[in-house]
Design a protein around this ligand. Structure first.
Ligand code: MSP
Length: 642
């Protein structure tokens, strides 16, 4: 049997943000942790690609739905490697194998008599793609989208979810860890106190064609959840594939609380109707908020995980996410707190312990693991603390309490830093009579670092790999066999490398949830090029390419009060923006309205006479004469000039 962990499959109506990344980091961390325990693991993520919302997003982007889903799905796929996330399988609901199996499942449940056709009138929220009940509404509105749902009546197919309600209640009661943390289990049980309604699983093709046709009625496609949840089976080749046989019995899902009901109620009852055992566990986490508001595409307050990883490195982001959020509760995100954690926990505590210890081994023990002498009280205290750390870490990680698991590790890091100060190896090194004591202290530090490294593999894989290499220990670690005191072998070569976490001194200038980037190689190259350009007056193609020149249509113009020179222009490029242009001495406002001009669209906004100007209109000057730039033929406003 192989452990099987999944993330939700993410909607492709939005690009990946930090909320998606958190769930996926958690699943990746757990899969690495299980592998550290010597278990076989399968880790699956993917994208959910059917439904109204996706058609809407494609229409907005003016591309075909297929092109649209391919594009965003590949963005999700590409978002994970920069965060050192390594799924074994990436599933898409538009995969033909998935679609065929969903149809086979629908047929099976239909043949069993658990799907029926009926009239349905309900309150439909377009944002949720769901019928909502009166109870779901707050002040008559959907609490997630703050819009009033539409009353819709149509014929549809229904899954007899209510038939399995009693079974589900019993199952949750008999398996206390089925839904964790407990608050979410209680939430589901309390919801199940009311009679369950059956689940509408179809949409008429007159309203939605981007879905999977029902095998028993082509006038309908299956509705989002019946398609999406089944990915957890189709991804392991249900019903006949070897992965299904190997993985299903050990399946665990990770989600946030937004999709608790579908996962805790719809999904187990669907599995029951299919005569399959339910999944083992559902792990439910809270939201990442920005200024107390859930990070989400619709609110526009998202942080892009790839940008964060580029700026701070995968491991810093992973550590921050896992350390900062108590699994199950909401947490606030800010760049300041990420930088603070990086500087204090990573650079100061861990980085310093590592580099101080290795430098001392280099200087006082010829870059080799020394042979220790007899251990004293302090040494024993450190060794015992390490073993307590391993046990605690194991327990907390198993229970998805990542933050507590890391606390246990950092307790030892801080103890080891104190151990250095109290034992002052640099003093011992001055006295040849203290050589054995010096070696004992260094050995204890190296052992402590080896065990700390072991715990960091699932959390910060790149850092753990660097530490492993520096310490000259096994590259295929196992928490059970390596997690013992005293396994460092005297004589092993130690290779102190560069600092693990160079300090980040730059603090962000404002509260915006955008990452402040460290200088990348490309930026350094650009700097050198810019310097050369300043010297010879020529620019490179790269520099030219940075200019975003657009055709813009002037739709309104007026004089700026108290200025002879400035006109305030409203232009379309293609979205409307204000540009304050120094052309009032040459043009009357009404002269320029309706004209196509070329603008520099990516200039930093500046305030001119109290008006924020978003760009610059290009013009040619000859003596006192000024002519506006334009293009020789009519093109759409917003067209790029290159
Ligand atoms: N497609 C469905 C899931 C189908 S699974 C069979 C869906 N997609 S989603 O793109 O909206 O993703 C929701 C999930 O994204 C959450 O459950 C969570 O894993 C993650 N998150 C989205 N925003 C988040 C936060 N602000 N904070 C934490 N997690 C967030 O629902």
């Amino acid at each position: 049997m192989s452990y099987y962990i999944t993330t939700p499959i993410f909607y492709v109506n939005a690009q990946p943000h930090l909320g998606h990344a958190y769930t996926t980091v958690v699943a990746d961390t757990i899969s690495r942790f299980k592998r550290l325990l010597g278990e076989e693991v399968r880790f699956q993520t993917g994208t959910d690609e059917h439904g109204d919302k996706i058609v809407q997003a494609a229409t907005d982007a003016e591309v075909s739905v297929k092109e649209y889903v391919d594009n965003i799905s590949s963005m999700f796929r590409a978002a994970w490697p920069p965060l050192a996330i390594a799924p074994d399988h990436f599933i898409r609901t538009t995969d033909p194998e998935h679609m065929a199996t969903v149809q086979a499942i629908l047929q099976k449940v239909y043949d069993k008599g658990d799907i029926y056709f009926a009239d349905y009138t309900g309150l439909y929220c377009k944002g949720c793609e769901q019928f909502l009940t009166e109870k779901d509404l707050v002040d008559g509105k959907c609490p997630d989208h703050l819009t009033e749902p539409d009353k819709i009546t149509e014929q549809n197919y229904f899954f007899k979810m209510s038939k399995y309600q009693d079974w589900l209640i019993d199952h949750i009661n008999n398996n206390p860890e089925f839904i964790t943390p407990e608050r979410y289990r209680n939430e589901v049980l309390s919801f199940l106190k009311e009679p369950l309604e059956d689940l509408c699983i179809s949409r008429p093709t007159s309203r939605l064609t981007w879905g999977i046709p029902l095998p028993f009625d082509e006038r309908f496609v299956t509705y989002v959840w019946f398609d999406a949840l089944i990915n957890y089976l189709t991804g392991i080749d249900y019903p006949n594939g070897p992965d299904f046989a190997r993985n299903w019995a050990a399946a665990e899902h990770v989600i946030a609380k937004d999709i608790l009901k579908p996962h805790a109620i719809y999904w187990p009852t669907m599995l029951r109707a299919l005569d399959l055992a339910p999944y083992q566990k559902l792990h439910v986490h809270g939201y990442w908020n920005i200024n107390d508001t859930k990070m989400s595409k619709s609110l526009g307050n998202v942080v892009r995980p790839t940008e964060l990883a580029e700026a701070y490195g995968a491991d810093t982001v992973r550590y921050f996410l896992l350390r900062e959020m108590s699994f199950g509760l909401d947490s606030g995100f800010s760049i300041e707190s990420l930088i603070a954690r990086r500087n204090s926990d990573l650079a100061n505590d861990l980085g310093n312990l590592f580099s101080r210890s290795l430098t001392m081994v280099k200087n006082f023990s010829n870059s080799q693991v020394p042979a220790p002498g007899p251990a004293g009280d302090q040494d024993r205290e450190l060794a015992e603390a390490c073993l307590t750390m391993l046990a605690d870490y194991d327990k907390q990680m198993t229970g998805f309490a990542f933050s507590r698991g890391l606390e246990a590790v950092w307790k030892v890091i801080s103890l080891a830093n104190k151990y250095i100060v109290t034992n002052a190896p640099w003093e011992l090194a001055k006295d040849p009579a203290q050589a054995e004591r010096l070696h004992t202290v260094l050995f204890h530090l190296l052992e402590t670092l080896r065990l700390i490294t072991l715990t960091l593999h699932p959390i910060m894989p790149e850092t753990a790999a660097k530490m492993t290499e520096a310490l000259g220990v096994t590259a295929a670690p196992n928490l059970r066999t390596d997690g013992k005191w005293g396994l460092s072998i005297p004589g092993t070569e130690i290779n102190a490398g560069a600092p693990l976490f160079p300090r980040l001194d730059k603090q962000p200038k404002n509260d915006a949830p955008q990452p402040k980037k460290a200088e990348t190689k490309k930026q350094q190259k650009n700097k050198v090029e810019a310097k050369n350009e300043a010297e010879d007056g020529l620019i490179t193609y790269d520099t030219f390419q940075k200019l975003d020149l657009r055709v813009a249509k002037i739709v309104a113009a007026e004089k700026v009060p108290k200025s002879d020179r400035l006109l305030k222009l409203s232009v379309l490029a293609p979205e409307e923006r204000i540009i304050v242009a120094g052309i009032a001495e040459h043009f009357q406002p009404e002269e320029v309205i309706g004209r196509l001009v070329i603008i520099v669209a990516n200039l930093k906004p500046v305030k001119l006479m109290g008006i924020l100007s978003h760009g610059m209109v290009m013009a040619a000057k000859e003596g006192d004469k000024l002519v506006l730039s334009t293009v020789s033929d009519g093109v759409q406003p917003g067209s790029k000039v290159s």
